[in-house]
Design a protein around this ligand. Structure first.
Ligand SMILES: *Cc1c(COP(=O)(O)O)cnc(C)c1O
Length: 458
């Protein structure tokens, strides 16, 4: 037994040494994927009756497994929505795990949930929602959207018993994130996708509803707008859509999973005008609020409606609702029951740095997008597809077809140099065009990084 304890200490030191190195490394190897077959060959059998030992397993992780996984916080990882968790937040993610706290109920997680809620209070303050509004951390934007849509649907049914078996309809736009459609499938509701040239407006929503049959119109229970489309960073006309939803008593959800961080950026805050009229808002701290995976958030204008939709009942759960220590139960406001206190890393990092540092780091992402678009405009052979939206830049290499973008992306990725993926952009009813895309989150990305990537498009 004594021997086992000693080797645990050694192993912990070894693992911690790696963790310290990785947390402080501002230029980690990008990593590059290989096939499962190759990994199988390199890894051998890892799960055996007697175990292969911590040392061997960790060596395998360090030397093979993590190297064939992309470092999403690499400064030249500009694909999809990258991430850039603060060192403090990553460090505290380790502490969150080490502390073994159950984050579902106040009765067990009181102090840690309190801290999580401190961070949430700041997020809520960014939205401009009225007093009483509050939120909860989720596994990500998908779960946040799902939790909000369930709350909306339950509220709609609660207001009229005749709707108990009516299949609902959600309206959203072609710029909405794929998770909106996917989650509509989960809750078995129909989705009407409104065609836009990027931005959904109040009048487009009005038109779309008016063009429905009276029966379908009575099935509409929610509109999902996007505040920072994942593809292009476009913010819908939140004020106009909000006004329409209020007049029709339709739930207004704003999906700001990616863009929500920019609520803290004074230079673009005005673009979100109207977000304060939302019934619910999704914001992913693991995107633009520098939290490690996975950490999303959903904020409700009236949290009580979420509780009515999500609180679970069971004989063995009653104890958690005892009056002895009553408090905020995160599990009452979203679909997950047992959960880690996933807002803790954000709390620690915010507490350490203060909110101003966050504002500055988010502004830097927006500034990098402006810098990149300037460079693109000045580079012969390259041109902007549109002005940057938040921190997303779409641009083309004149003369390139879809295959050229694909080959270019993989060349840079396989070389361990950069991960920049192509996307598609479509004007009005036109054919989608394959273009290149940058999304800036990481404040450590440099102007040289951008220039070096653009230079690979020659
Ligand atoms: C990323 C994103 C999502 C999905 O969030 P996950 O955290 O990946 O589940 C939803 N909506 C928008 C607008 C996003 O950018």
């Amino acid at each position: 037994m004594h021997e086992v304890e000693l080797s645990l200490v050694e192993m912990t030191l070894d693992v911690m040494k790696y963790a310290i190195h990785r947390i402080t490394d501002r230029n980690p190897p990008l990593g590059s994927p290989i096939t499962e077959k190759e990994l199988r060959r390199l890894a051998g059998e890892t799960i055996t009756a007697d175990g292969i030992g911590g040392e061997r397993a960790f060596k395998l992780f360090r030397d093979v497994l993590v190297k064939t996984s992309a470092a999403i916080d690499h400064p030249r990882h500009l694909a999809f929505v990258p991430a850039s968790p603060t060192r403090s937040a990553v460090l505290f993610d380790l502490v969150t795990s080490a502390s073994s706290v159950h984050g579902a109920f106040w009765l067990e997680g009181a102090g840690c949930i309190f801290a999580e809620n401190e961070a949430m209070r700041w997020i809520v303050s960014l939205t401009g929602l009225p007093p009483g509004a509050f939120g909860v951390f989720t596994s990500g934007g998908t779960e946040a959207n799902l939790s909000a849509m369930v709350t909306a649907r339950e509220d709609w049914r609660r207001r009229d018993a005749a709707r108990a078996r009516t299949r609902g309809i959600i309206l959203t736009s072609d710029g909405a994130h794929s998770s909106v459609k996917a989650m509509a499938k989960v809750i078995d509701v129909d989705v009407v996708v409104i065609d836009t040239d990027g931005k959904l407006t109040g009048s487009k929503v009005t038109e779309a509803v008016e063009s429905l049959t009276p029966e379908d119109r009575s099935r509409v229970f929610a509109v999902v707008a996007t505040a920072g489309t994942t593809n292009a960073g476009i913010i819908d006309d939140l004020a106009g859509i909000g006004r329409f939803c209020r007049s029709q008593k339709i739930w207004f959800h704003v999906d700001a999973a990616y863009g929500g961080g920019a609520l803290a950026a004074p230079s673009v805050r005005h673009l979100f005008e109207g977000i304060e009229s939302a019934d619910s808002i999704t914001i992913d701290p693991h995107k633009w609020l520098f939290s490690p995976y996975d950490c999303g958030a959903v904020v409700y204008r009236e949290p009580e409606l979420a509780r009515a939709a999500h609180a679970q009942e069971a004989a063995y759960l009653e104890f958690f609702y005892d009056e002895a220590v009553r408090g905020f139960n995160p599990s009452d406001y979203q679909i997950q029951l047992t959960r880690r206190v996933r807002g803790l890393p954000l709390w620690f990092s915010l507490a350490r740095h203060g909110t101003r540092r966050y504002e500055q780091a988010i502004e830097r992402g927006i500034e990098l997008a402006r810098i990149a678009s300037q460079m693109i405009s000045e580079t012969p052979g390259l041109e902007l597809v549109r002005e940057p939206g938040l921190s997303c830049v779409l641009f083309r290499r004149i003369g390139w077809a879809a295959k050229d973008y694909r080959d270019w992306s993989f060349r840079n990725y396989k070389a361990g140099f950069a991960l920049v993926a192509p996307t598609k952009w479509r004007w009005g009813g036109g054919e989608p065009e394959t273009v290149a895309r940058f999304c800036f989150i990481n404040p450590d990305t440099t102007e040289k990084d951008i220039a070096d990537i653009l230079a690979t498009m020659k």
